[in-house]
Structure formats: C-alpha cells, structure tokens
Write a protein that binds this ligand. Sequence first.
Ligand SMILES: CC(C)(COP(=O)(O)OP(=O)(O)OC[C@H]1O[C@@H](n2cnc3c(N)ncnc32)[C@H](O)[C@@H]1OP(=O)(O)O)[C@@H](O)C(=O)NCCC(=O)NCCS
Length: 165
Amino acid sequence: MAEKIALRPALPADAPALAALFRASVEALAQEDYGEAQVAAWAARADDQAAFARKLAGELTIVALIGGEIAGFASLKGADCLDMVYVHPAFARRGVGTVLCAAMEKLAGARKAATLTADVSDCAQGFFAARKYAPQKRNMVFLGDEVLGNTTMTKKLATANENTP
Ligand SMILES: CC(C)(COP(=O)(O)OP(=O)(O)OC[C@H]1O[C@@H](n2cnc3c(N)ncnc32)[C@H](O)[C@@H]1OP(=O)(O)O)[C@@H](O)C(=O)NCCC(=O)NCCS
C-alpha cells in the first residue's frame, strides 16, 4: 500500500528544520550534476536562517509529512512561480515531490495562473519533464564565486474555464 503523504502550510517555527532539509537535499541530491564547490554554494543559501525564514513566510510555503516527519517542502511565489521544491534525501523517490508539485499546481490555478514556471536545477529536470514541464531557456545563477546552470521550465495549467462545460 502507498504510504500516506500529508500536507500542511509551513509555520514560522518550521524554518530551522526546513533550512536543514534544504541543505541535506542539495548536498545529497545535486552532487551528480554539480561540482563540490557549486553544491556548497547552493547549500549555503539557507544558512542565513532569518533571511530564509523571511523567504518562506513571504511565499506560499507548504510542507509534506510522512509519519509526522517533514519529508519535503515547496513554495509558490506570486501566482505562477514555483520557487522551491526540496525533498529530504531519506524520503527521495517516494512520491513526495509529486504530491508537493501537484499541490502547487492547484494553488497556482486557484490564483488564476495559466502557467506555472520554475527555474529547474539540472538534477530536477527529469522530475519536471515527467510532470510535463517544457524547457524554455538556460540560465546562469551566480552564487559567490560559483556559477550554476539551470533551466526555466513551464507547464500549462488546466484553467477553471477549460473545465467548465
Ligand atoms: C527533484 C525532487 C524534488 C524530486 O522529489 P522526489 O520526491 O524524489 O520525486 P518523486 O518521488 O515524486 O518522483 C516522481 C517522478 O519524477 C521522476 N524523477 C524524480 N527524481 C528524478 C531524478 N533524479 N532523475 C530522473 N527522474 C526523476 C521520476 O519519473 C519519478 O518517478 P519514479 O520514482 O516512479 O521513477 C528531489 O529530487 C529534490 O529535492 N532534489 C534536490 C533539490 C532540487 O533540485 N529541487 C528542485 C529545485 S528547482
């Protein structure tokens, strides 16, 4: 039987746990696609916990739980930008990213977005391609002395109008 993945809004008190999850996710899941220094620069983005907490609170952030443990989180910026999706390596490939992304697509639709766009790291391209996001353009992200490539990917959302007979 598939395990139960529960969702809830992120709370301010979750910020330290989500910062630690962010670091663990990047360190374990990005190492095949990026070099050591690139991974370190990316993982360090949540080290300023106050700034990270502000970012989480400024977006629509939800967490996914398995057996009461936080397994991943995702955030929606505005109506149509999927800013963050991070799954803890201990829970990878168990459907957590799928549940988080599906929820983000519903929330974007509720905010009347016609498309959902994400700047997708190279390690997540397979995941987003499987969810029917199409690549639009390559980007370079400058983090300190490091440069990381990613790809803007967009999915057309089913709109309320399309569902109405
Ligand atoms: C990308 C990420 C969120 C996926 O989360 P996940 O919970 O492991 O994904 P799921 O289990 O829901 O995967 C669903 C499907 O996506 C595809 N997929 C997931 N990870 C993949 C990978 N690394 N390579 C290729 N396909 C992948 C598969 O088709 C998978 O189905 P399967 O397991 O039955 O083969 C997770 O790997 C992660 O946190 N990565 C590091 C951080 C990151 O890059 N985040 C995105 C920033 S844009």
